[in-house]
Design a protein around this ligand. Structure first.
Ligand code: GH3
Ligand code: MG
Ligand code: MG
Length: 455
């Protein structure tokens, strides 16, 4: 994962040290030695993350952070405050200034890379979401959605896997003000819980007495259902071996005992935000996919989707005992509805027509709007006599009950339907639909309001 890191510190050796460490891990590093230069670079170079020293003459790190977070163009860039050891007050001020995370000096390599990676991952997610939402709203597929970050980050489901009663309670108290927290002291129970639990964050002690916390983490990473769930691990100060193993397995971040309250809050917040973005992205993708295959007026599938579905069924059906059937429906004298009652009334009739199709076909059947006032129903494993029966049922569903259109209604409508079934080898969706279409024209010629089945 390559990313551009802006390092800000007024002490040159500090800058050089961080630069060397990050460059050795193939990060692209840019530097600044004071607040105003840092702010200019943030705008110009759009870094993926900022490592910001707190103590600087002139404008200090808190002020730089505040200004970054106040500027909408750059507020999404994560900021890590680099503070001197044990400056608890700094952490609180940093949080209030909008900092995303802390590192303490002297900066330890594992911590540095874990935090930078974790925040860069979050930012990539945000960038991707911003891009998708922009494209989506340009295409009219997605609304001008509020970014996930604007919504309050509360009500998350958090599982704490920790058998030290006091620690567990302290963590829980800190998080329970805003979230729904559950404590589980047994590792094997926790493994069951995470599988069915739909958690937004899992905090795992790596020093459980009866269970290997690393094993729980690796199980979560290998199972499809929990692969994306953020994991924070609790480690003893100095247990670098286990910590590095945990990061290798793919845990997202860690907390050193004794856990600092603010650190817990900041690191949980980062992980919850990333999870929320990921969920939001997935939701957007499925929503835009749904819209891409759907006709907006009727909610039925569109022509393109129906064709690819029909092709799949025909390919699968070669040599099967029952054919695929299709019917094409065309509303009779629909133009006169528009001409007499207006286009709006026409749309109402189309939507109601589609709803009646939906109510009168089976779950396995696929109904689509081909365009205009022409519809198709694709019926898998259906021979021509069953398909003709379904078509007759549909014809009745239209003709037997007038259509309400408000003023000027209700209207008596009828439909003509052509039915055809697939025929052995060499069948294609075009040929099948052509036979159904020919049958439909026969129905129109024969006087409308009828079903004709292809010979
Ligand atoms: P026939 O019985 O021969 O099928 O006659 P018809 O009037 O139904 O057929 P024709 O193809 O002449 O007219 C179809 C009309 O459907 C013309 C077009 O303006 C209208 N139409 C197509 N799409 C829409 C739509 O989305 N909304 C509305 N309101 N009308 C539509
Ligand atoms: Mg028509
Ligand atoms: Mg027509």
């Amino acid at each position: 994962m390559s990313a551009r890191v802006l390092v800000v510190d007024d002490v040159l050796p500090n800058v050089k040290l961080l630069e060397a460490k990050l460059t050795s891990e193939y990060f692209d590093v840019i530097t600044a030695s004071n607040g105003p230069d840092a702010l200019a670079l943030v705008k110009e170079a759009q870094p993926d993350i900022v490592l910001l020293d707190v103590m600087m003459p002139g404008m200090d790190g808190f002020e730089v952070c505040r200004r970054i977070k106040r500027d909408e163009a750059v507020a999404h860039i994560p900021v890590v405050m680099v503070t001197a050891l044990d400056q608890l007050a700094d952490r609180v001020t940093g949080l209030e200034a909008g900092a995303d995370d802390f590192l303490t000096k002297p900066v330890n390599d594992v911590a540095l890379f874990a935090r930078v990676r974790s925040l860069v991952r979050l930012k990539m997610m945000t960038d991707e979401l911003r891009m998708r939402e922009k494209t989506g709203s340009q295409l009219g597929v997605l609304g001008q959605g509020t970014m996930a970050s604007e919504q309050p980050l509360t009500g998350a489901r958090i599982l704490i896997v920790e058998d030290r009663q006091l620690t567990a309670e302290r963590l829980s108290e800190t998080l329970a003000a805003e979230h729904d927290v559950r404590i589980e002291g047994r590792g094997d129970e926790a493994a069951v819980l995470v599988r069915g639990g739909d958690y937004d964050l899992v905090i795992v002690s790596l020093t459980l007495k009866d269970y290997d916390g690393l094993r729980l983490c690796s199980q979560m990473r290998s199972a499809e259902a929990t692969r994306q769930v953020p994991i924070l691990v609790l480690v003893e100060d100095g247990d670098t071996r286990r910590l590095v193993r945990a990061l290798d397995i793919g845990v997202n971040d860690y907390l050193i005992r004794p856990v600092d309250r603010n650190e817990l809050l900041a690191r949980s917040r980062t992980q919850l935000r990333r999870k929320r973005y990921a969920d939001r992205l997935r939701e957007n993708v499925s929503r835009s996919m749904a819209l891409a295959v759907t006709d907006s007026l009727t909610g039925l599938y569109n022509r393109r989707y129906m064709l690819s579905h029909l092709e799949t069924l025909i390919a699968r059906g070669e040599g099967a005992s029952k054919p695929v059937s299709a019917m094409i429906l065309d509303i009779d004298f629909f133009k006169s509805v528009n001409d007499t009652h207006g286009h709006g009334a026409g749309d109402v009739v189309l939507a109601e027509f589609a709803a009646r199709i939906g109510r009168n076909v089976r779950g396995v059947d696929l109904a689509a709007r081909m365009g205009g006032e022409e519809f198709v129903v694709v019926m898998p494993d259906t021979d021509v006599s069953a398909a003709t029966m379904i078509a007759e049922r549909l014809r009745h569903a239209i003709a037997d009950e007038p259509f309400a259109i408000g003023e000027g209604g209700p209207l008596n409508m009828t439909v003509s339907i052509g039915v055809a079934a697939s025929e052995g080898t060499g069948e294609t969706s075009e040929k099948l639909l052509k036979r159904a279409d020919d049958a439909l024209y026969q129905a129109k010629r024969d006087g409308r309001n009828r079903v004709v089945t292809a010979a």
